[in-house]
Design a protein around this ligand. Sequence first.
Ligand code: SF4
Ligand code: F3S
Length: 104
Amino acid sequence: TYVVTDNCIACKYTDCVEVCPVDCFYEGENMLVIHPDECIDCGVCEPECPADAIRPDTEPEMEKWVEFNRKYSEMWPVIITKKDQLPEAEERDGETGKLDKYFS
Ligand code: SF4
Ligand code: F3S
């Protein structure tokens, strides 16, 4: 599976949802997640994210992100249409500590 990681937080560009063939992105207030059981591993969303927030779970230490994506994809509504990025997306791209700030 692919997963959305912390740099999506406070950016939420949503370019990713336009290309997913199985519509498996789910939307929270500050970020999106991918449902790990619905993702077919096609990889087309990865290069679409301007914040480079989408990673394959084959990279090191991705297990916590798989669980994070699973948890919130079961709570949040599906998103299938691109919308405007969050207002501070460009400034906050690359900021560290966003996970703790929003999900502690
Ligand atoms: Fe959708 Fe493919 Fe990205 Fe999985 S890898 S979320 S199926 S676009
Ligand atoms: Fe987030 Fe990147 Fe999609 S910032 S909303 S994963 S395009």
